[in-house]
Ligand binder design. Structure first.
Ligand code: HEM
Ligand code: CU
Length: 554
């Protein structure tokens, strides 16, 4: 019995080692951070940079919503509007939602949760962060170049993206560099999981967050190179006019769409799988129950990664594919719903008869389930061929993907932030304020995005600057929703930032979790463990629940 290494109580430190924020440093000041190869510091570097990009993205979204509060011109001209929504999409997708969970929380917690000292390639890890920042800055440079940012939409569809005089190339190159960052992170995580699990940590003792990162890693490695090359080809097309995609030169624009979506559909699983992993961590902790159907949840991550890679052309039902191709892609799309539904069923079954505590992480996790269910069902609606023709390129689509990406992954990121904040920084935030911010976020979110399903169904096209008076009421509600949502964001981040300075000292195990990260001090020491733990228990074993809770209190 390795009871010595598996303690869940106190703040966990025996005082021999300094925590990672204070351990001896090679460099001083900011260099201590940007040259650090400690996975925890890199996770925090990602957190800071990702949230900075997120703030820019939110501001752009806020401006768009303001423009759309009434028909006709409100605050900007149509060209600016097109550029703003492109930049908004590029930032939110490539700089916030895709890297969000793996790069921030995966980096910080994957090694800890599997009982390792760091990731397999710490320097590559730091390099990935450098690529991330460089890619982001390259994409943002277009703001300051004559011609302004791209106005193509985040999908860069051909032929418009070779014709427009805006700065498409920086955005493409930025996305290309970001792709490398994503691939290297995936590679690092897969290797870490294969090679660095602590003794006793068999595959089926691995926490579900680790499983989700494993599945994500494979998608990152296999799908990302395709979009990298595709975007590079568009740049080459713009520079040299080779005629790969441009129909005027004998190229095939539909080929572009296939290549783009072969990555970008699986990319939605890069976004959602880690969030599902986070939810699988939080639900058992706040239900005080072992997770229902552990293996089903683990395998469904792999199944989603696999099937999810086969459904890309459901974004192209209206381009004129053969009937056979269409029904096949529709069928496959429906198949992905099965492993997704398995997860939702298992979470709900875990909640059932659990002793539920509505702490802030749990509130975010439950709203993830709510939003993701709506997002998933509307996805199925779009997967149905006949319905797709009606709602294609309308606000229905905008509603759908915001429900999954923001309502799902975004809330997953907020859930993770509240769940692991005390562990990462050793401070506790004000829980009451956190709950108030959650309420604003949840209500604001529904008001902002739900009307989009209705107006889309009624025929409001997406990516339009102006609209008929019939749609005014929906846009109006949506814009009000955006204000409530942003208020929630401001309260939430203010609360967390204040906690860094003024928060109470956090215990090692403030929530009563039973995975490995709760056995070490808050914040963790430099190499995570004084002695590499020997793992004997299942990751969500609450059979010794009384003991865990008792210890967590001390
Ligand atoms: C897992 C998280 C998901 C994310 C992040 C996501 C994201 C997106 C995004 C960004 C778009 C719009 C793409 C564009 O700009 O043109 C989209 C469209 C679509 N999604 Fe999802 N999605 C998810 C899940 C699903 C699911 C589970 C299904 C079906 C089972 C689905 C079916 C579709 C379809 C068919 C479209 C195309 C609609 C059209 O343009 O006609 N999605 N999704
Ligand atoms: Cu898709």
């Amino acid at each position: 019995m390795s009871a010595t290494t598996l303690s869940y109580g106190g703040n966990g430190s025996n005082g021999n080692h300094l925590d990672y924020l204070h351990s001896p440093k090679k460099y001083k000041g900011i260099f201590n951070w940007i040259f650090s190869t400690d996975h925890k510091k890199i996770g925090i570097l990602y957190l800071i940079s990702m949230l900075t990009f997120f703030a820019v993205g939110v501001t752009l979204g806020f401006l768009m919503r303001l423009e759309l509060i009434a028909p006709g011109k409100t605050i900007m001209d149509p060209q600016t509007y097109n550029q703003i929504f492109t930049l908004h999409g590029v930032i939110m997708i490539f700089l916030f939602i895709i890297p969000g969970l793996p790069a921030v929380f995966g980096n910080f917690f994957l090694p800890i949760m599997i009982g390792a000292k760091d990731v397999a390639f710490p320097r590559l890890n730091l390099f990935s962060w450098w690529l991330f920042v460089t890619g982001g800055l390259v994409a943002l440079i277009s703001l300051f170049l004559p011609g302004g940012p791209a106005d193509t939409g985040w999908t860069f569809y051909i032929p418009y993206s070779v014709r427009t005089s805006t700065n498409v190339i920086p955005a493409l190159i930025g996305a290309f560099i970001l792709g490398f960052s994503s691939i290297l992170t995936g590679l690092n995580f897969i290797t870490t999981i294969h090679r660095l699990r602590a003794p006793g940590m068999s595959w089926f003792k691995m926490p579900l967050f680790a499983w989700s990162l494993y599945a994500t890693g494979w998608v990152q490695i296999l799908a990302t190179p395709i979009v990298g090359i595709t975007l590079l080809l568009v740049a080459i097309e713009r520079w040299f006019g080779v005629g790969i995609f441009d129909p005027a030169l004998g190229g095939d624009p539909i080929l572009y769409q296939h290549l783009f979506w072969i990555y970008s559909h699986p990319a939605v699983y890069i976004m959602i799988l880690p969030a599902m992993g986070v939810i699988s961590e939080i639900i058992p902790v706040f239900s005080r129950r072992t997770i229902f159907g552990y293996k089903f949840i683990a395998f469904s991550s792999m199944a989603i990664a696999l099937f999810g890679s086969l459904v890309w052309a459901h974004h192209m039902f209206t381009v004129g594919m053969s009937g056979t191709a269409m029904w096949l892609f529709s069928l496959l799309t429906f198949l992905v719903a099965i492993p997704s539904a398995i997860k939702v069923f298992n979470w709900v079954a875990t909640l059932y008869k659990g002793s539920i505590e509505l702490e802030p992480p749990m509130l975010f996790a439950l709203s993830f389930i709510f939003n993701f269910t709506i997002g998933g069902f509307t996805g199925l609606m779009q997967g149905a061929l006949a319905l797709n023709i009606h709602i294609h390129d309308t606000y229905f689509i905008v509603g759908h993907f915001h429900y999954v990406m923001f309502g799902g992954t975004g809330f997953g990121i907020f859930a993770a932030l509240h769940h692991w904040f005390p562990k990462m920084f050793g401070k506790m935030y004000n829980k009451k304020v956190a709950k108030i911010s959650w309420l604003f976020l949840f209500i604001g979110f529904q008001l902002l995005y739900f009307p989009m399903f209705v107006m889309g169904y009624l025929g409001m096209p997406r990516r339009y600057y102006d609209y008929l008076p019939d749609f005014h009421i929906y846009h109006f509600i949506s814009t009000i929703g955006s204000w409530i949502l942003i208020t929630g964001l401001i309260i939430m981040f203010t609360n967390l930032i204040l906690a860094l300075k003024k928060g109470e000292k956090a215990a090692a195990n403030p929530w009563g979790g039973v995975t490995l990260e709760w056995t070490i001090p808050s914040p963790p020491i430099h190499e995570n463990f004084e002695k590499i733990p020997v793992v004997e228990k299942e990751p969500y074993d609450y059979s010794h629940y009384e003991q865990v809770i008792e210890e967590a209190k001390n």
